[in-house]
Write a protein of this length. Structure first.
Length: 111
């Protein structure tokens, strides 16, 4: 089973979301840990190779988790946020991209 590595403030950002959303995201990340696909996701090549987005839609709003799981044994959660517009904000994409780049610079032989 892969371990979850929280990058920068991603875990704190997740905990600031509504409890039902946190529970659903936890369930989806567990699926990824077990080698399964999340129930609603899409690749996010604009962030970088191997980046994916988990999509959660609830009455409280639309929420996203951007993660990378292409490293053996690890899932890097890059960013968690509530989506406010139809298109993902450039600031959210840029933040996830910068965090993935930071991981690459720390472990260039693995990413």
């Amino acid at each position: 089973m892969k371990t979850v590595a929280w990058v920068s403030t991603a875990r704190r950002d997740l905990k600031s979301l509504p409890t039902t959303v946190v529970n659903e995201i936890g369930h989806q990340l567990f699926r990824v840990q077990c080698g399964l696909e999340p129930t609603d996701w899409k690749p996010l090549p604009i962030v970088g190779p191997g980046a994916r987005e988990i999509r959660v839609r609830q009455k409280a709003g639309t929420f996203r988790v951007i993660y990378a799981s292409h490293l053996p044994g690890k899932i890097h959660v890059l960013h968690c946020f509530q989506k406010k517009t139809r298109k993902t904000a450039a600031s959210d994409i840029g933040l996830a991209r910068a965090r993935l780049r930071a991981i690459r610079s720390e472990t260039p032989h693995e990413v």
